[in-house]
Design a binder for this molecule. Structure first.
Ligand code: FAD
Length: 482
């Protein structure tokens, strides 16, 4: 008598796609019934649980994945709780004989997954994990002395030289169903969306979470931004970057798919643009490498001399920064773009982060937490690497004396004021000359533009030159003491 084959659980985590999904493909190829599951693991300790904006994305991404799985004759089971306990219960309920997943690299996830793998293998389950989310996993890239790279250029030269991620996998044609589906929460039960107030209103016109949305964004990028990428990626007033970061973070598109897609359009978009784009994907890889080799990266200064930095941490200044009310238009524009859309242009991330750390002398970890909660692409590796880079405390970091000037940065990278006027409409009628320095405008110009400084738009909360001197002195003290 032949018994039916036991199902394989495919545990989705940050790989919400059907195509180029090695765990799903392996399960489909086994011929066994497949049980796709997502576990909202809000119990495993040590994690940075998804922030509010990420939860909004997660809701829609899970909805999209569920639909795509149904097209393959399958469905997405939703569970919540501690991952290990949820998996155990699911194995008990379904008699599953295997669990497959694609690897995550956050320190808490690595620890959790290692323990789960060992435990399930002890119980003779077929456990397999795959690389789906990186071009080069962190432990595969070492310098000549066998140590992890600390400098991006050397890291990327090494990775790029041997880069051959192979062809992306096609979607499975169908997935075998189990004889009975296990119990599942509904998406609404996971309670991922904001309710009162619904502050995510502004996200919907901008984003389409899910695999199809990622693909459409890629095509739009190739049609427009990609051809300008090398020279134009620093312009927040232009649609020259891909906007793929939330899709990449949630695994709705893979770096291997991006690599293949870039090769296919290389001639059309130009070699320089293609290589620059790949090198930004390289920064993502490098950030993952840093996080893997230095698991304290999101919480601790990589350079411990920064532990003695005299942070000021003023609640009022923090609030002004969060709300885009600092009186520096490019900073305020960025912070409002973030609040409204869950995303901010990279150049403006650097400007706003530098302003918080250096002009306001607020601990980079406070900014990191705000970004974590408000970004739809909040990513532990990229976010901590970005903040430590700007602070100067990171591995391959911006030097401490580099203090972004929020006035000239605005003038240089948003030369026609399109970005600032969009996000700070109350000063839109100022002439370009004063747009990034409204306090220098004479009273007639201000009146004509309908502005009363301190009432309709704030006076600068710190004086740029004084703040710069204060930060430089503090950083110099730190250097002298080291
Ligand atoms: P593109 O220019 O189109 O780049 C393509 C992809 O490459 C991005 O989607 C992203 O995955 C990767 N990438 C690009 N630039 C960087 C970079 N500097 N570092 C690492 N990867 C990069 N990125 C996040 O994905 N999540 C974060 O939480 C995050 N926090 C940041 C915080 C600070 C303070 C700073 C300075 C940067 C942060 N970044 C973060 C990096 C970068 O700003 C975003 O990845 C980028 O703006 C996303 O826009 P895009 O998809 O249009 O990028």
């Amino acid at each position: 008598m032949s018994s039916s084959p036991s199902p394989i659980i495919v545990w989705f985590r940050q790989d919400f796609r059907i195509k180029d999904n090695p765990a799903l493909t392996a399960a489909a190829e086994s011929g066994n019934p497949v049980i796709p599951v997502y576990i909202l693991d809000n119990k495993t300790p040590g994690q940075w649980a998804p922030g509010a904006a990420s939860r909004w994305w997660l809701h829609h991404s899970l909805a999209s994945l569920g639909k795509d799985l149904r097209k393959l004759g399958s469905r997405l089971i939703l569970l919540q709780g501690k991952a290990q306990e949820s998996l155990d219960a699911l194995i008990g309920e379904t008699g599953a004989g295997g669990v497959y997943w694609n690897r995550c690299y956050e320190p808490f996830a690595l620890k959790r997954d290692k323990a789960i793998k060992a435990d399930l293998r002890d119980r003779d389950l077929d456990v397999r994990s795959f690389n789906a989310n990186l071009l080069a996993e962190p432990w595969t890239v070492k310098n000549k002395s066998g140590d992890p790279f600390r400098v991006f250029s050397a890291y990327w030269r090494t990775v790029r030289a041997d880069l051959d991620p192979g062809h992306p996998l096609p979607a499975p044609e169908a997935l075998e169903r189990p004889s009975d589906w296990p119990a599942s929460f509904s998406l609404e039960d996971l309670d991922l969306l904001p309710t009162q107030p619904n502050w995510a209103d502004g996200f919907e016109p901008v984003w389409t979470p899910g695999e199809q949305g990622a693909y459409e964004r890629l095509i739009a990028f190739f049609d427009c931004g990609a051809k300008h990428y090398d020279r134009g990626r620093d312009r927040p007033d232009k649609p020259y970057t891909s906007g793929l970061s939330p899709h990449l973070h949630h695994g709705e598109i893979s770096p291997r798919q991006l690599f293949a897609a870039i090769q296919a359009v290389r001639e059309e978009i130009g070699n320089k643009n293609a290589e620059k784009f790949l090198s930004e994907i390289g920064w993502r890889e490098f950030s993952y490498s840093l996080l893997y080799h230095f698991p304290g990266f999101p919480e601790d200064n990589y350079q411990d001399k920064f532990d003695a930095f005299p942070w000021q941490n003023s609640a009022n200044a923090m609030r002004a920064w969060q709300r885009g009310q600092t009186g520096y238009p490019i900073v305020d524009a960025g912070m409002r773009e973030l609040w409204s859309t869950g995303w901010m242009h990279n150049r403006v991330r650097m400007i706003t982060a530098s302003f918080l750390i250096k002009h306001l002398m607020i601990d980079w970890r406070e900014g990191e937490k705000w970004f974590w909660d408000t970004l739809v692409d909040a990513d532990l590796a990229n976010n901590s690497a970005g903040w430590q880079w700007v602070a100067g405390s990171g591995a391959d970091a911006s030097p401490y004396f580099r203090i972004f000037n929020p006035i000239t940065q605005g003038e240089k990278f948003d030369p026609d004021g399109v970005y600032v006027r969009k996000w700070v409409p109350e000063i839109a009628d100022l002439p370009d000359k004063y747009l990034n320095r409204p306090w220098e405008a004479d009273s007639e110009t201000l009146t004509k533009a309908g502005i009363t400084l301190g009432e309709t738009y704030p006076e600068p909360i710190v004086d740029h030159s004084a703040a710069r001197e204060r930060a430089l002195a503090a950083f110099q003290d730190l250097k002298d003491a080291a």
